[in-house]
Design a binder for this molecule. Structure first.
Ligand code: KIV
Length: 271
């Protein structure tokens, strides 16, 4: 007898249907098998094998040191624990710096069991999004705060507050959808910017620190469980262990609060 809950596979078309029906979808990061299984039991729709593993698992102070080999190792662990969630895998820093590298590395992630890949950037990743999409690889474009570029940005802070940057982000999001991006992930942008982007796009948009308007919400699983090693937690983080008696309960509360629109609240939103 299997202890696994039978859950239908969440595909890109499931996420598009959820968007069309106005149903919020839930995402969490995971880096290993057992946590993935617990996350799936809570009803999570999308599991991201994020390069946040560089900080959360490996103890680095940025995502930059993460390699393809390490990402693939964690992806394979996650795939073994998955029970029907859509598995998205991050392309590590510089793994898509050229077209050839992007092709080769995205292929490796898909062959290791990813259902989609995520790349950070704006206009410059349009060509990559288009080429990968044409070849059958769904691409999630990560915009707003892009942690792989924190050295150029000058830190990790809210993006798109000044009119020029705001306009640039909107134009780039639109051009990424046109180029073939299947999803957009918006990190740390003001609520009003998210709303404007949402009104321009038809692909599913996932948010982290982007307010309540996005189609899906994502958090780093360690943050949800209150085991972040950051000294100061970002405003958008909510520790669900504060009001839960078990890890499973905390994960389920996160899912319920995202689905019902309780999270993120104004306390977790940038204005
Ligand atoms: O790497 C990651 O975990 C991410 C999320 C924080 C969105 O990109």
């Amino acid at each position: 007898m299997s202890l696994h809950i039978d859950k239908k596979q969440i595909t890109l078309s499931t996420l598009n249907k959820m968007k069309a029906n106005g149903e919020k979808f839930t995402c969490l990061t995971s880096y290993e098998s057992t946590m993935t299984s617990k996350i799936c039991d809570a009803g999570i729709d999308v599991v991201l094998v994020g390069d946040s593993l560089g900080m959360v698992i490996q103890g680095h102070d940025s995502t930059l040191p993460v390699t393809m080999e390490q990402l693939i190792y964690h992806l394979e662990c996650v795939v073994r624990g998955n029970k029907g969630a859509h598995v998205m895998a991050d392309m590590p820093f510089m793994s898509y710096a050229t077209d050839d590298m992007g092709f080769e590395n995205a292929t490796r992630l898909m062959q290791a069991g990813a259902n989609s890949i995520k790349i950070e950037g704006g206009e410059w990743i349009s060509k990559m999004a288009s080429m990968l999409s044409d070849r059958g690889i769904p691409v999630c474009a990560h915009m707003g705060l892009t942690p792989q570029a924190f050295n150029r940005i000058g830190g990790n802070f809210v993006q798109g507050r000044d009119p020029e940057k705001r306009e640039k982000i909107i134009l780039e999001a639109v051009s990424l959808e046109k180029a073939g991006a299947a999803m957009l992930l918006l990190e740390c942008v003001p609520d009003s910017l998210t709303k404007e982007i949402m009104s321009e796009l038809s692909i599913p948009v996932i948010g982290i620190g982007a307010g309540p308007s996005t189609d899906g919400q994502i958090m780093v699983v360690h943050d949800v469980l209150g085991i972040s090693c950051l000294e100061k937690l970002p405003k958008f983080v909510k520790n669900y262990m504060n009001e839960s008696h078990s890890i499973q309960d905390a994960l389920s509360k996160y899912v319920n609060e995202v689905k019902s629109g309780v999270f993120p609240s104004t306390d977790h939103t940038f204005y």
